[in-house]
Design a protein around this ligand. Structure first.
Ligand code: HMG
Ligand code: MG
Length: 305
């Protein structure tokens, strides 16, 4: 298969990133980040999470964030999709308050991770998504699906690609327009990524899949390259490599958006993002969080002046 000419980047920093930062930032800092990402040209921004604030306190302010998005940012950037995680109908009802265009449901390919992350089995999680899907259909909202632990689980170790394919199929059958495959703890390698995609692509078309690679073991870009070579053209990333998953100990952030864009630039693949503006977003949020920027490209360009 040939490498795609254009890649759609789903920026997950404001959600996947900030949900796992030790320091909780306020609404104005979150909105500033989202606004800088929008101005950098990102067209898909996961801006928050309507989960239980007891489970993920960092996302408790998502109502305020989406209130500002709906009144200020969405009218300024009508083409941008600002999305949020909705694990159940309570989450979906919250999302509906803000005229959201897209939500995401999240399941796992590992039973233990499903229990730890959303307090129910995989089967129960899919049942909980039914009312979310029904409301989405009625309100013309697109639903994205996630499958976690596709290349390994912090509690169960290796995960069978056949099992990942089953959960992915179920999410697509329920009405998700695309499923993002999460290497939640970043343990995959190009070999395991290729084996997973060979299994999935034997029954699912490449345009229904996205890659969500955490960079814990420094394998994310290599795994993304293999995925591009196998025809995948939607990649999730987090500015400054922010975050991780609170229910996967030690998991670091997603591949840094700056690093992904540098690689795509070098390969002549279009993406529509202005790297200079993205660098400003990554450096601003890293300063606000009082942490080093997790993007190698951002640090290299900073020291090169
Ligand atoms: P539960 O405790 O089993 O739910 O949590 P429950 O239905 O029994 O409700 C308990 C309480 O929570 C009730 O309140 C509900 O009203 C409230 P109380 O009566 O005790 O006052 N509640 C809610 N409040 C606000 N919004 C809601 C909501 N739902 C219930 N939506 C639940 C189940 C799913 C809610 C919980 O486990 C949860 O919120 N988990 C969040 C997990 C999470 O956000 N994980 C990180 C995101 S996933 C991820 O990072 C992976 C990904 O990036 C891909 C990858 O990397 O692999 C996507
Ligand atoms: Mg994630």
């Amino acid at each position: 298969m040939t490498i795609p000419k254009r890649v759609r980047i789903v920026e997950v920093g404001p959600r996947d990133g900030l949900q796992n930062e030790k320091q909780t930032v306020g609404t104005s800092t979150k909105v500033q980040l989202i606004s800088q990402l929008a101005s950098a040209g990102l067209t898909n921004i996961e801006a928050g999470s309507f989960v239980s604030p007891k489970w993920v306190p960092q996302m408790a302010g998502s109502d305020e964030v989406f209130n500002i998005i709906s009144s200020n940012l969405q009218p300024t950037y009508p083409e941008i999709i600002f999305s949020a995680l909705t694990p159940n109908k309570i989450g979906m009802n919250r999302a509906l308050e803000y005229g959201i265009k897209e939500v995401a449901v999240f399941a796992a390919a590992s039973e233990s991770f499903s229990q730890k992350n959303i307090n129910c089995s995989i089967k129960e999680s899919l049942e909980r998504f039914n009312p979310v899907m029904a409301k989405a259909r009625r309100n013309n909202i697109r639903v994205r699906g996630y499958v976690s632990c596709v290349l390994g689980c912090p509690y169960e170790g290796n995960i069978d690609p056949v099992h990942v394919a089953e959960v992915t199929h179920q999410l697509l059958d329920m009405g998700c327009y695309e499923v993002s495959l999460g290497d939640t703890i970043g343990v995959g390698t190009p070999a395991t990524t290729a084996a997973l995609l060979s299994e999935l692509l034997s029954r699912i078309s490449a345009d229904k899949l996205a890659m969500h690679m955490h960079d814990t073991y420094g394998q994310a870009l290599a795994n993304i390259l293999i995925s591009l070579q196998m025809g995948i053209s939607v990649i999730d990333s987090a500015v400054a490599g922010l975050g991780g998953c609170p229910y996967a100990k030690g998991a670091s952030g997603n591949v840094a958006s700056e690093d992904l864009i540098y690689m795509l630039n070098g390969m002549g693949i279009e993406h529509g993002v202005d790297l200079d503006k993205l660098l400003i977003a990554g450096n601003t949020i890293s300063t606000a969080l009082n942490r080093t920027n997790g993007s190698k490209v951002a640090n290299a360009l900073l020291s090169a002046g």
